[in-house]
Design a protein around this ligand. Structure first.
Ligand SMILES: [Ca+2]
Length: 304
């Protein structure tokens, strides 16, 4: 998938060159070559993934560019389909108490391969990660540009909904494991006897100033989901945003959720402009309809 897109991106300049050469030489070639060059012109701006290792192929014990998997509630596995390669797997059917104990150790440098065996869970499972905090999985910080709009797409399968959040920050955020998980931080503080910085590690929760969400109703088959109709615009109302992090967040029902090919691509500015105008037109139309209804009501009752 990724490789294919890279190939298209690389081949475009060549295709454009062919068209230009064709224009200079033969009308027949113009028709022939422009047919191949046309398709990438609309897909090219959307094809460069800004999320490093969004396909989860690179890494040694855990995917590069993301927080570590924990080997208990998050895993880095090979999909049954070799073409898909490696994917992220989440298990939300894990007791929260067991997860917290293990996450403390992961935060201290324990490896996912040394994770404890999962303890049995019991219906109705409200004490699992599914019923409480969910499983969070964060990307490393990714720079974004002022005024730009972005499409988010990803492949997923699972027994229920997964939420994907984008968080925007003015400063490059600290990506230490679990730092953004407030409940976990509260637990760690208590465990450390109100002295969370015993190891001299300065941990400050990075303040995000913008948030965007994509809720995906997954099914038991791989599908690609996107929010193309409504691109994310991290700097539209919060111009100070310079960095974002992606947070994958599966929770209820308890079970296994697989994610692959998380992509954030810049929306072509002309397309974004057209989309913004479409959104504005829809708002205007709605406002006009409401006004028309009110006017009609007033006309019926002149004393109103
Ligand atoms: Ca993959």
């Amino acid at each position: 998938m990724e490789n294919g897109e890279r190939k298209i991106a690389k081949s475009l300049p060549a295709a454009v060159a062919i068209v230009l050469i064709s224009i200079l030489h033969s009308p027949f070639s113009i028709l022939h070559s422009s047919a191949t060059a046309e398709e990438p012109t609309t897909t090219l701006p959307a094809s460069r993934n800004l999320i490093p290792n969004g396909d989860f192929e690179a890494g040694k014990t855990t995917p590069d560019g993301w927080q570590t998997v924990d080997g208990l509630s998050s895993f880095w596995v090979k999909d049954a389909d070799p073409q898909r390669g490696r994917v992220l797997r989440f298990d939300t059917d894990v007791l929260q108490t067991q997860a917290y104990e293990w996450w403390k150790k992961i935060g201290e440098g324990a490896l996912p391969k040394d994770a404890p065996i999962k303890l049995p869970t019991v219906e109705p499972k409200y004490d699992t990660l599914a019923g409480l905090d969910g499983v969070w999985f964060w990307s490393d910080p990714i720079p974004v540009e002022k005024g730009k709009a972005y499409w988010l797409t990803l492949d997923g399968k699972g027994p229920g909904q997964i939420e994907v959040w984008l968080h925007g920050y003015p400063e490059k955020p600290n990506a230490a494991f679990g730092l953004e998980a407030k409940a976990l931080q509260g637990y760690l503080k208590k465990e450390a006897g109100q002295a969370p910085n015993v190891r001299g590690r300065k941990q400050e929760i990075s303040a995000y100033v913008w948030k965007g969400r994509l809720s995906l109703p997954l099914s038991n088959e791989w599908k690609t989901y996107s929010r193309r109709e409504k691109p994310f615009r991290p700097t539209a109302l919060t111009p100070s945003v310079k960095w974002i992090r992606v947070q994958l967040f599966p929770y209820w029902p308890p079970g296994i959720y697989d994610i692959d090919n998380v992509k954030l691509v810049e929306v072509d500015s002309a397309l974004d402009q057209a989309q913004a105008e479409k959104e504005q037109a829809a708002k205007d139309e709605k406002a006009a309809k409401i006004k028309a209804i009110r006017d009609a009501e007033r006309a019926k009752d002149p004393n109103d």
